[in-house]
Design a protein. Structure first.
Length: 614
């Protein structure tokens, strides 16, 4: 069968001619021309080839998986590289900016005539001394190593051939060189260890005493606040001692209030304060964490996964859970310090505002005291004039009193008229509200009646639908019983047909056996007679016919499926994969196998009409 022909569905129906063919083959013998010999070596070669091709395919799949992992890793590294390049450019520009500011500061303060000129001159001398020491250290350590490396490379190039041949002198010289190299390595290790010790000592000195204020982290830098009443407030002048005491007491109240706020903030962040300043990690690990965390901005895509992947590369000893826990602590720690810094800034601002307010209030009190003295002198002179004018005011007050009585009478009359008008308006409004209330009641009554009618109609429709559903359920049950009876009848008819067919087959075999008994040949066993030519063959044979006829050729062509066609079925491949995974007996496997379509849809006449869903 050609490979380009379309796939045909499997034939599972019974063929009765196979029995006759098997009987004829059994009668003709093993060496019959109708039986094709099997070449087991060829089959083994084909099986080996298939195994090799499957192994090659498996290697390709593994290679594709490795390439996929490598591409994913390269993509992550590319993203990390972009972030590092941005951070490098930012740090480089910041370094240049700070270096420029330092150079400008040094030039401004190192000029002649400046007070700090001598200090900056000492700084320059110390820097020159450090550069000189570094050059001496380089000449004493690194340059001899590079010279030794070049000499060793030149010696290996010159003596490589003799060393491969095993010349005694060259081998001995090679051993001496190796001993020299080991000695140099030990010396360099000693120097490196000493430099590390010096570095640790310098770092400890910087972390002790007054250097801690210089190298303090940005989170822990808070404004310095002097608690209590400031000395400037005591020196302020105020004529009212009680006022001065109450204002100065406000400084103590503000300090107490903000100290309580700081205690509340610390109580709310016990998790952040329960660990040391590095969150239980070492200082180097925490510095790496903070540096990597700050490199990725909040608008970066997949920021958190990139940060965790980067930290797992820099800190291989830390798991994802450790990194996430440290990240939570770091967020809480930063938020705690931000809140403390905000409280301290508010504290400092309130104390400054209170100080300014105290200065203004004390100055106003002094001005008010002076004004009070001037006012007393003015009142003394004004009392005489007031007594003279008091009588005139009394007369004017009497006139105004009479006028007020007249106006009060007029206002009382107007008020009475207004009260009458308001009463009449209230009665009209009351009658109007009563009419509107009656209208609303009638409207609500009509609405309630309509709602009851609508509910009654819905109840009648529901009862009709329920009655119809019950009738339909009875009809469906009768249909199911009828279908079951029809199916049972069909099964009985099919069973009777099978029994009749088996009976006919039995009688047929009996008749065939009787015929075989009649025509069975009784002769001696001679297998070679099967391969010999008969007289009839010699009578029909002509000289033009080809004598090289393959007598082992099968009598008929075998129509079936090749191995390539069978293995091309996706359902077979899927079943093999599920079997390898141990899932071929699960509901999931059955569901997946049911969803996979065959290479070619079956013919419509092959579909069953018995189990077809209605």
């Amino acid at each position: 069968m050609s490979h380009h022909e379309p796939y045909k569905p499997f034939v599972t129906h019974y063929v009765s001619d196979e029995i006759d063919r098997l009987a004829s083959r059994a009668l003709n013998g093993v060496r019959s021309n109708k039986i094709k010999p099997v070449d087991y070596e060829k089959l083994k070669a084909i099986a080996t080839e298939k195994k090799f091709s499957s192994h090659t395919s498996l290697l390709k799949v593994k290679k594709f998986e490795q390439l996929s992992k490598q591409n994913k890793e390269n993509h992550l590294l590319k993203q990390h590289k972009l972030m590092w390049q941005k951070e490098f450019l930012k740090l480089n520009s910041l370094r240049k900016k700070i270096q420029n500011e330092v150079d400008v500061h040094i030039r401004q303060n190192a000029a002649e005539g400046n007070i700090c000129a001598q200090i900056y001159q000492d700084f320059e001398n110390y820097r020159a001394m450090l550069e000189s020491d570094f050059e001496k250290f380089k000449e004493a350590t690194t340059e001899p190593l590079w010279n030794l490396r070049e000499d060793l490379q030149f010696w290996l190039q010159e003596n490589m051939s003799e060393l491969k041949l095993g010349s005694p002198e060259t081998v001995e010289k090679h051993k001496e060189i190796k001993q020299t190299v080991e000695s140099v390595k030990a010396q360099q290790e000693h120097v490196f260890q000493r430099l590390q010790n010096e570095e640790c000592c310098i770092e400890q000195e910087l972390n002790i005493g007054e250097y801690t204020d210089i190298g303090m982290g940005s989170l822990e830098k808070r404004p310095k606040i002097d608690q209590g009443i400031p000395e400037e407030a005591f020196d302020l002048e105020c004529p009212d001692e009680e006022l001065k005491v109450s204002i100065l007491q406000e400084f103590i109240n503000i300090d107490q209030m903000y100290l309580e706020r700081l205690e509340m903030v610390e109580a709310a962040h016990q998790y952040a304060l329960g660990k040391d300043r590095f969150g239980g990690w070492t200082e180097e690990e925490h510095v790496v964490f903070v540096s990597v965390f700050d490199q990725y901005s909040y608008d970066t895509r997949n920021r958190r996964s990139l940060i965790i992947d980067r930290l797992k590369r820099h800190l291989p000893g830390k798991t994802r859970a450790d990194i996430v826990a440290h990240e939570d602590w770091w967020d809480s720690f930063r938020y705690f310090h931000k809140r403390c810094q905000a409280v301290m800034l508010d504290w400092q601002r309130d104390r400054m505002e209170l100080m300014q307010k105290a200065q203004v209030v004390f100055a106003e009190a002094c001005i008010a005291n002076e004004l009070e003295e001037v006012k007393n002198e003015y009142l003394k002179r004004h009392n005489e004039l007031r007594k003279a004018l008091f009588q005139k005011v009394e007369d004017w007050r009497e006139q105004k009193y009479q006028e007020m009585l007249i106006k009060a009478e007029m206002d009382e009359k107007r008020r009475e008229e207004m009260v009458e008008r308001m009463k009449s308006a209230e009665e009209r409004e009351k009658r109007k509200r009563q009419e509107e209330k009656q209208k609303i009641d009638s409207y609500l009554e009509n609405k309630h009646q309509k709602r009851q009618e609508h509910e009654e109609d819905a109840r009648q429709r529901l009862m009709a639908i329920q009655k119809m559903l019950k009738e339909q359920a009875i009809l469906d049950q009768e249909r199911i019983q009828f279908r079951a009876q029809q199916l049972e009848k069909k099964l009985e008819e099919r069973k009777e047909k099978v029994e009749e067919k088996d009976k006919e087959e039995y009688y047929r075999q009996m008749r065939l056996e009787a015929l075989r008994e009649k025509v069975r040949v009784i002769a001696e066993n001679n297998p070679d007679r099967v391969l010999q030519e008969t007289y009839a063959w010699h009578g029909h044979k002509t000289e033009t016919e080809d004598s090289s006829i393959n007598i082992h050729k099968p009598l008929f062509d075998v129509h079936g499926y090749s191995s390539n066609q069978i293995t091309a079925d996706p359902r077979l491949k899927l079943e093999a994969k599920l079997r390898e995974a141990g899932l071929h007996k699960t509901d999931y496997a059955r569901h997946v196998m049911k969803m996979v379509p065959p290479p070619q849809q079956p013919r419509r006449d092959m579909e069953s009409n018995v189990f077809k869903q209605s």
